[in-house]
Design a protein around this ligand. Sequence first.
Ligand code: NDP
Length: 487
Amino acid sequence: MHVTGTAAEIKPINCNHYINGKYVESFSGETFLNINPATKEVLGTVQVGGKEEVDLAVKAARKALKGEWGSMPTKKRSQILRKIGDLILERLPELAALETLDTGKPLWLSKSVDIDRAANNFHFFADYMTAIGNESYQQDDIAIHYSVRKPVGVVGLINPWNLPLLLLTWKLAPALAAGNTVVMKPSEITPMTATVLAQICTDAGVPEGVVNLVHGMGETGAAITSHEDVDAIAFTGETVTGSTIMKAAAPTLKKLSFELGGKNPNVIFADADLKETIETTLKSSFINQGEVCLCGSRIYVERPIYDEFLERFASKAKEMKVGDPFDPDTKVGAMVSEEHYNKVVSYLDIAKEEGGNFLVGGNTLYEDKGYYIEPTIITGLGKNSRCVREEIFGPVVTVIPFDSEEEVLEQVNDTHYGLSASVWTSNVKRAVRFSAQIEAGMVWVNTWFLRDLRTPFGGMKHSGLGREGGAHSMDFYTELTNVTLKL
Ligand code: NDP
């Protein structure tokens, strides 16, 4: 494989913090290296923020709450949000290349999903914020009750590495729409697009101190979650980190929103349209190297079509080109980091130990260049296999046959996770009946990843706390005061 490693005209950047409208370095001068997972080359340096930098960022955010931002008319704030979305689209080629350099994902995916949807997050909330109203009740001739919506205050936004700009803007857009100020921390592994976004916000007219960014590792995130002057935390990441954050936030009773891990089932009944099912299941299994929280990594297929499904699914998976993320024909790029690659590889070993059969894949590729793993389909594993129960977060799926709706439902719900599920059937009554019984925040019928930003997004059980999207986001990022006016 030839790895071009970079789009010729886009240079990677060094990542400084962004505090009170300016790029700054850490007091300690400490930095770490940002590595391109597709080539193992150094992309640049990243500042390590600690308590001091977080404190400065929180102070700037607190001050900005009271200033121009706090009294800005809704219409103007909405125009600024729209402008941020426009500027993201103007800089799409640069942002997409930086995202691909950081994550190893195919460039076409960064362009069509990550950056395009990041802009859309701002455009959506620019409109949504001007359209919502508040509750009011007339209590006969005794009183009128109405609610007043206010920002929560200073919000910490802590993000993972799989969809860096998309997930950050999914939180930043509604937080700003509701009038909050923020301190953001991107994943240490993917810091570049967040660094550019901070400047874009200023260019769009966001006053200084409203959007702050502190880079670093988990300790930096911990400094945000335990800071006494941060009012709320919106976090996306691993379930175990969510639990740690909950403990850290407890002494100061912060408002929390968590989007956590998943082990999502994909249930295919014998009456499904198999062509469409297979096309979409390839995406839900392997897109973004399987590094999407919503990927369907447990595939259950009704026995009458099990063999045919496997044969057709496997032959398509074998055609997927793995390699250089900047090659337009690449379908599966590099895993995000050495650490994550090792984790996914360890599950390939576990599958072998557990007696799994690798129908497709199971190998690493181009080890001298970067962190590549073939799309992998495993059969022959039982419901208690670790590969069936634990979140692998790579291009690895298990396929298990089933004989009845009751049997598969029991397996679908036999997990701590509850993020999403897909159901494939042409029987509408079954689709409605079965979906309603799945213990997950989101169920797709005959599709996957189809989103409308007004709908509730989030997981139940160990997959999340609360919902985001439309009114749910606005509820999280605001506080309500009820006023009772006696008549
Ligand atoms: P992590 O939980 O490891 O990290 C997420 C962020 O939290 C990073 O910025 C990380 O910093 C930071 N962090 C780590 N420790 C702490 C701490 N003690 N206090 C505060 N912040 C901390 O998740 P990953 O980055 O590995 O992302 C993958 C996970 O995200 C998967 O489990 C996936 O399922 C989940 N996810 C869920 C989604 C959903 O919507 N439900 C969507 C996308 C992903 P750093 O890494 O820099 O140390």
